[in-house]
Design a protein around this ligand. Structure first.
Ligand SMILES: C[S@@+](CC[C@H](N)C(=O)[O-])C[C@H]1O[C@@H](n2cnc3c(N)ncnc32)[C@H](O)[C@@H]1O
Length: 331
């Protein structure tokens, strides 16, 4: 944790100011160990291995705890970086562009291994704070600790220990994994200052009926319950099918006759979108779909209502890859 992060932090419980004590520093000027204490309610939050830890993990309900455990394992295993993350990220947050980040105070809800926190920092954010509930924060911290303007904290998106001074908050692929996705959205929006902006990308209900009927029951009752290491190996079978289909069919066919034939293929937009990724990344994607204990598929009407609930203006809601919703608006 860099000391400059303190200016954005508030007590998770009462929103009071936090004070830093008992600190030990690393050679690269991070607070590695220490304590944050609320000056109002006196609640204390430890800093361990460079990360402020606000999540009361022992008090989490079982669903959330299982989600954190599985994603924590995922992002500690799949730590690779990929050049294509930037384009993929811009697809999830369009119409936002890299220039938009310049000099903004940015918050990422559910940062996983920190790949988007890293991009926001590199694209010139004044400061970017990546928040995640799981042990993925350790991977995210390792990936971003060299960046002066990137900060990682471990916290529940429902109880963000952040002051209401964020210029731009975004959340990619996280809200639909919460017990109550809408509540996570409201919590994230509540930290954006008046006139600031918000982006959210979620799985759509539309065009995903085959997943909710066939894949979700298997995910809920089987794959999210087995040991992640076992799932890592089992998931190589569906990954091989996806890999072969994308490399041998979807990608080549989309290059023929302007993609006219490919447009008739099952789930073409999405499979084409991931077809440029290599084996490791496609394995991550397949594993990600099988490991989550909770996944909601959000209908467009419900997603639109979320933005009305926060009185957002200049709202842009778009159908992404014909299987998900991306939203952007001014809060
Ligand atoms: C599919 S991953 C997406 C990670 C990242 N946004 C990305 O695209 O690389 C979902 C992430 O949400 C996090 N998460 C789940 N529930 C959360 C909660 N209640 N608060 C904060 N993060 C949460 C998980 O730990 C996981 O890292």
């Amino acid at each position: 944790m860099r000391q400059r992060l303190l200016q954005y932090l508030a007590c998770r419980a009462c929103d009071g100011s936090l004070e830093l004590s008992g600190v030990s520093f690393s050679d690269d000027s991070h607070v590695l160990e220490g304590e944050l204490a609320c000056t109002s309610c006196k609640a204390g939050f430890p800093i361990t291995r460079g990360i402020p830890r606000f999540a009361a993990l022992e008090k989490l309900d079982p669903g959330k705890a299982a989600t954190a455990a599985n994603f924590g394992w995922q992002w500690q295993h799949f730590t690779q970086e990929d050049q294509k993350y930037a384009d993929q990220f811009l697809g999830w947050i369009a119409p936002v562009t890299p220039e938009f980040f310049k000099d903004k105070i940015v918050l990422e809800g559910g940062c996983g291994k920190g790949r988007h926190t890293q991009l926001a920092a590199v694209w010139g954010a004044q400061d970017v704070i990546g928040v995640d509930l799981s042990a993925a924060v350790d991977t995210a911290f390792a990936a971003t600790r060299h960046l002066e303007n990137a900060h990682i904290i471990q916290a529940d998106i429902y109880q963000l220990p952040i002051k209401k001074r964020i210029d731009y908050a975004f959340s990619v692929g996280v809200l639909h994994h919460l017990p109550d996705a809408h509540r996570g959205f409201l919590s994230l929006a509540s930290k954006v200052r008046a006139g600031g902006h918000l982006s959210a990308w979620v799985y759509g209900a539309e065009n995903n009926e085959w997943i909710t009927r066939l894949v979700s029951p298997m995910r809920e009752h089987l794959t999210s319950r087995i040991n992640p290491r076992t799932l890592l190996h089992l998931s190589k079978v569906p990954t091989a099918l996806v890999y072969l289909a994308t490399k041998l069919v979807y990608r080549p066919l989309n290059r023929v006759a302007g993609g006219a034939m490919a447009r008739r293929l099952f789930y073409n937009d999405y499979l084409l979108a991931i077809s440029g990724f290599g084996w490791k990344e496609q394995h991550t994607i397949v594993f990600d779909h099988l490991v989550a204990p909770t996944a909601h598929y959000i209908p467009s009407g419900e997603f639109e209502q979320w933005w009305r609930d926060i009185d957002a203006t200049e709202v842009s809601i778009q159908w992404h890859n014909k299987n998900s919703w991306r939203g952007f608006g001014r809060v």
